[in-house]
Design a protein around this ligand. Structure first.
Ligand code: ZN
Length: 509
């Protein structure tokens, strides 16, 4: 009797395994899908080998037709724009979307399916994003990678349905974008004698810069033509590029190029990081730089940094003190807030909105500013309570310079494993439903103090960017760590074949 039961259990197990639809390997996992089971439900590999390009494609752009397929599901306008429906048959694929953007995401889904599986399952997919902001940040000040590297990462971002590239272009160790009004920024402070950041910056004091063309100089910058090339590449992939121009801290390089922008103190000042917000010439500089940046980058947002200003010089600088008195400012924090609010007004006059790191909350937040919450999540939650938009990029989950494994190359910071990144939930329970729209989304930050080589930068990005992409796009109830881990390993293998370095790197890499 026992034997018969075991045999029956085996048969029923086999039958249910056969009846189970094949797993779908996509990252991010779609909102809804159904897969035709059995070998008869698979596309023929000869048809699908070239990104499904041999399949007959029928595309319909119609909001009405998409809404019919969505049934009673209630999507916001921005979600509707990105949403798509696919029916993948053996010889034909049908796409329905309300907008070109939805068609683009449908094609990215098909491209990924064909890349991950030589015989993708015939299936129906209905999909839309959870958050509108799904970003990655690259720090190119500390180590400069250049245009081809950026395009390669934009390509992967598009495949992952990420749509914001935060371009950290300027910081203490190098200015990386051409500004015609201030040529010393790229003729001098885009170049340094030491390549590796920590050989240049010792004891938290920056090292020297050298003139462009100096033999052995390390660095580089983007010309206006380079920026235009990157933007057109990103635009074709529905990615908005948001430049960051740091102020008022993290400006060692600006001061090296234009020393008159620093506080003038008898002893030269203790902190070499800040601009002097007491002087009108500082605002003239910032405005002229921003005007050129606005002309280059058509993004709705400009990131103005705002983080880690030490403010010690401001407390003793005669110009800063005079400004504080004239404006009725009681503290250095209020002087920082004055600076950010003034620059926000300038940005508004030119049709832009500002994003800043969460220090911009100090001393009173500029009225329309969006906060990038990096000190954990509390600052972001405070900003939401105050009615501001927030992008979550918490250090202990989304700082991609932190190590994935203590044994990896140049490990720094805390352990931020793939599972840890995947576990972050941006919509804290304490956020009332009425305020949920203020949570714009998520972003992974690749700071590059320790990351000099392109392969190292990619190894820090992948596979962890896969997890951020899924948290940004996929519906919360679709997330599942064991299944994601399996899919991430499939995508990692394919990405390695495409020439990306994915952690852990294969022995050949
Ligand atoms: Zn000053």
């Amino acid at each position: 009797m026992k034997r018969i039961l075991i045999a029956l259990a085996l048969v029923s197990g086999l039958m249910s395994a056969k009846a189970q639809p094949q797993p779908i390997n996509l990252i991010p996992v779609p909102a809804e899908y159904s897969v035709r089971s059995g070998p008869e439900g698979r596309c023929k590999s000869s048809i699908c080998s070239k990104e499904l390009a041999c399949l007959k494609e029928k595309v319909r752009i119609s909001e009405k037709a998409l809404l019919r397929r969505l049934g009673g599901r209630n999507l916001s306008d921005w979600q509707l724009k990105s949403a798509y429906w696919i029916e993948l048959g053996k010889k034909c694929v049908k796409i329905v979307a309300a907008d070109e953007e939805g068609v683009f995401y449908a094609r990215q889904t098909l491209k990924m399916m064909a890349s991950l599986d030589s015989t993708p399952p015939c299936c129906t997919i209905l999909d839309w994003p959870r958050f509108r902001y799904r970003g990655l940040m690259l720090d190119e000040s500390r180590h400069f990678q250049g245009k081809d590297f950026v395009k390669k990462q934009l390509e992967m971002m598009a495949l992952l349905k990420m749509n914001r590239f935060h371009f950290h272009l300027v910081d203490n160790p190098g200015w990386r974008v051409q500004i015609d009004a201030y040529p010393r920024l790229t003729k001098l402070t885009a170049w340094r004698p030491q390549a590796y950041f920590w050989d240049w910056e010792k004891n938290e004091i920056g090292g020297p810069f050298v003139e462009e063309g100096t033999p052995g100089a390390y660095g580089g910058y983007y010309t206006k033509q380079d920026v235009a090339d990157i933007l057109s590449f990103a635009d074709e992939r529905h990615i908005e590029v948001i430049p960051e121009i740091e102020m008022p801290g993290h400006n060692y390089e600006t001061r090296a190029a234009y020393p008159e922008l620093a506080c003038q103190l008898p002893n030269g000042g203790k902190d070499p990081w800040e601009l002097c917000p007491g002087k009108e010439s500082t605002f003239e500089f910032l405005e002229k730089v921003l005007l050129e940046v606005f002309e280059m980058f058509p993004s709705q947002y400009i990131h103005i940094g705002g983080d880690e200003a030490r403010k010690n010089n401001w407390k003793i600088c005669p110009d800063c003190q005079a400004r504080m008195q004239a404006e009725g400012l009681k503290s250095a924090e209020e002087l920082q807030s004055y600076t950010i609010k003034r620059m926000e007004r300038f940005a508004h006059e030119h049709g832009k909105r500002i994003i800043g790191w969460d220090e911009i909350l100090q001393g009173g937040l500029a009225p329309d500013a969006t906060v990038m919450s990096w000190h954990g999540t509390e600052a972001g939650l405070q900003a939401v309570r105050e009615g501001h938009d927030v992008i979550f990029t918490p250090t202990h989950y989304y700082y991609l310079d932190y190590h994935q494994d203590p044994a990896q190359f140049r490990p720094v910071g805390r352990l931020v494993s793939l599972e840890k990144v995947y576990s972050f939930e941006p919509m804290a329970e304490s956020i009332p439903e009425a305020d949920a729209h203020h949570v714009l989304g998520v972003q992974g930050n690749l700071w590059t103090e320790h990351v000099q080589e392109a392969w190292h930068a990619e190894m820090m990005l992948y596979p962890r960017a896969f997890a951020i992409a899924e948290t940004g796009w996929s519906q919360a109830e679709r997330k599942n760590w064991p299944d994601f881990e399996r899919r991430a390993s499939v995508l990692s293998a394919v990405a390695r074949k495409w020439g990306y370095t994915v952690y852990p790197p294969s022995p050949q890499q």
